[in-house]
Structure formats: structure tokens, C-alpha cells
Write a new protein. Structure first.
Length: 193
């Protein structure tokens, strides 16, 4: 049974869409109210500020990624299998919240009181991925290469999924996860040396 969206959730979802379309700085509370067909004053019955909306969008997603990675790390799997699970995590979260992912990627620097918290979550997440990559190299699962280049390549792809996913009809997240994992792990070279 699908849960009923609260007014606050509707405001946050609508704001995330506007932030993606126009950018956080360009959206006003009046724009948000207009998009929802209500008076701006009515928004304040449910939300304190545009900053609170941004914080709710970004922090909830960052915490969801953090929790998902913790669950992956608990499992006794190879580094390649963990990596595949990380790709699945990104596809799942992004496919469920493409607008929020745009804010996470493009508007995080506008966070005020939660900026340091967000940056710590992001740093920790990236550090855990570095560990998986380094252990994968050590265990001879991954090619021996620069960990930072590998991390940048992987995260650039995964973080930009929100640009691509909304354009796809009938998205099969399992299939997309498998295909992304294959390309990110094996590359596009048909002849693996």
C-alpha cells in the first residue's frame, strides 16, 4: 500500500523539482507556492524556510547513502561484489529521487548550519569507497591503478545518474545496475589484457 504524501513532503518534492529546473538560488518561496497553487504564507505552516527544505533534501539523501554503504560493508563479500552493491545503491536512490539528487550534487554548498555535517558524511563515504578500491587492488580483484582516479571516475558516473535516469521510460534498475557495474569494472575494452 502506497503511503499518503504529507503536505510537508509535497512541498519538499516540489521544491526539489524547482531547484533542479532553476537552481536553488533562483527559486523563491513565492515560486514554490505558485507551483503548488497556494499562498506563500501557507508554506510556513509546514516549513520554516527554503534553507530547511534544502537541508531536508540533501541531508536525508546523504544519510541514506551512508546507511546503505554501512550495510554493504557489513557483508562478507569480495570487493567487486561490494562495488556492485554500491552501484545498485546509487541506481536505487537516484531512480527514486532524481530531483533530490540534483540538489545533492549542485546545491550542497548552499547549506548553512548543516554544511559541515554534510561534508563529513561525504568525506566518510568517499573514504570508505577508497578503502574498497585499495583492498580490491591489494586482493588482485581490481587493476593496479591510481585510487583517486578510479574513485573520481566511478563517483562522476554514479553522481550524474540523475541527469540520465529521468529520460528513460520503463527503467529496469536491476539491469541498469548490472550494465553499469560491468562497464565500470571492465571498461569498454573488448580485449582485456
Amino acid at each position: 500500500m502506497k503511503s499518503i504524501e504529507t503536505r510537508k513532503e509535497e512541498i519538499i518534492r516540489t521544491a526539489a523539482k524547482l531547484f533542479k529546473e532553476k537552481g536553488y538560488s533562483a527559486v523563491t518561496m513565492r515560486d514554490l507556492a505558485s507551483e503548488m497553487g497556494i499562498k506563500a504564507a501557507s508554506l510556513y505552516n509546514h516549513i520554516n524556510s527554503k534553507q530547511q527544505i534544502l537541508k531536508e533534501i540533501i541531508i536525508s539523501l546523504a544519510e541514506e547513502f551512508t546507511q546503505g554503504l554501512k550495510e554493504i560493508q557489513k557483508k562478507n563479500k569480495s570487493n567487486i561484489e561490494k562495488f556492485k552493491d554500491i552501484v545498485k545503491l546509487h541506481v536505487k536512490i537516484t531512480s527514486q529521487n532524481t530531483y533530490g539528487m540534483a540538489s545533492l550534487n549542485n546545491d550542497w554548498m548552499h547549506l548553512e548550519e548543516k554544511l559541515e555535517y554534510y561534508l563529513q558524511l561525504r568525506f566518510n563515504y568517499e573514504q570508505e569507497l577508497r578503502i574498497i578500491i585499495a583492498e580490491g587492488i591489494k586482493e588482485n580483484e581490481f587493476i593496479e591503478s591510481n585510487v583517486e582516479v578510479m574513485l573520481f571516475s566511478i563517483l562522476s558516473t554514479l553522481r550524474s545518474l540523475y541527469l540520465w535516469i529521468p529520460k528513460k521510460e520503463d527503467l529496469n534498475t536491476e539491469e541498469l545496475s548490472q550494465q553499469l557495474s560491468q562497464v565500470l569494472i571492465n571498461g569498454i575494452n573488448k580485449k582485456i589484457d
